[in-house]
Design a protein around this ligand. Structure first.
Ligand SMILES: Nc1ncnc2c1ncn2[C@@H]1O[C@H](COP(=O)(O)OP(=O)(O)OP(=O)(O)O)[C@@H](O)[C@H]1O
Length: 283
């Protein structure tokens, strides 16, 4: 089954599991989160390369895992979806709005945690998340309450008045998640969000994204296949800049056999699809 037909099937499945909104049929509460057709993103200037190379993608509400080997183009794709990097060719729409021209209205509805999350270490946790909320052009009166809710969701209310430089790496990552969700985004893009989180925090993170995915289109780039298995409604596998698979974690697991590398069925499925595409080999 091709990626597009799989997505249509998944949309149907997501609609089926969504709680009914009073007075609205399921049809009306589906959403066009991310739509890319033949997306190309060139990086590194004239001597560079197409890090994203003719990628087709349709993602609606739910939690979507983005998997792929090192250099597959995941970060470049997420940066492009976050409107930080411009597409070179193809088409891209976010929340039904083409990504060209005026980006501010759609940016207000996005949340983004970059792979390398920059922060001002002298800021207090609350101040920093407030600052990001202000950059997202949230109505000023709504900011204190929104910041409080975001910090509560990542378990950092007790550190709200501490300076960022006093936090551990995992706590800083949680501040990164808080700034990404402070505006209750409709499209949430998380690039390796669980790096540095301890096992208890990773479990809490999974619960949080499952909760967020009830309302939003959440895309998580990760190398941690078990996070995908536990939290994601579907998985997109990227190799050499293109989407080579989209399906449920269970579908991914069935692609592998005992002969493939991995500690779990889903890891073996991942290895099977990637080695079929790249020929496998060391590194
Ligand atoms: N600014 C840049 N200049 C030149 N090449 C780049 C640049 N950014 C990315 N690339 C190249 O584009 C390809 C895709 O990189 P990208 O960081 O998107 O992959 P990734 O899937 O996120 O990798 P990883 O899992 O290792 O983080 C790689 O070959 C990388 O070397």
């Amino acid at each position: 089954m091709c990626c597009r037909s799989r997505e249509i099937e998944n949309r149907g499945r997501l609609c089926a599991v969504l709680p009914k909104v009073k007075g609205k049929p399921h049809e009306e509460i589906t959403m066009n989160g991310i739509e890319a057709d033949g997306l190309v993103v060139r990086v590194g200037g004239r001597r560079g390369r197409n890090a994203v190379n003719g990628l087709d993608l349709r993602l609606g509400r739910g939690v979507h895992g983005l998997l792929g080997p090192n250099g597959a183009g995941k970060t470049t794709l997420i940066r492009t979806l976050a409107t930080v990097q411009a597409p070179t060719a193809g088409s891209l729409s976010l929340l039904g709005t083409p990504v060209s021209g005026r980006l501010r209205p759609v940016r207000r509805r996005l949340g983004y945690l970059p792979q390398h999350f920059g922060f001002y270490k002298r800021f207090k946790v609350r101040e920093f998340v407030e600052y990001l909320a202000w950059l997202k052009e949230m109505p000023p009166a709504s900011i204190p309450g929104a910041v409080h809710r975001a910090l509560e969701r990542v378990g950092l209310t007790d550190r709200a008045d501490d300076k960022l430089k006093t936090l551990s790496g995992g706590m800083v990552r949680r501040v990164g998640i808080a700034q990404a969700i402070v505006n209750e985004p409709e499209v949430l893009l998380l690039d390796e969000p669980t790096v540095g989180l301890d096992p208890a925090q990773r479990l809490r993170f999974r619960e949080l994204v499952v909760e967020l995915g009830q309302q939003a289109c959440v895309l998580i780039s990760t190398h941690l296949v078990e996070d995908v298995a536990a939290a994601c409604t579907d998985v997109v596998l990227v190799s050499e800049g293109s989407a080579v698979f989209q399906g449920t974690p269970a579908d991914l697991a069935t692609a592998g056999t005992d002969a493939h590398v991995g500690d779990s069925p889903i890891e073996r499925g991942y290895s099977a699809l990637i080695s079929a595409r790249t020929g496998g080999g060391a590194w």
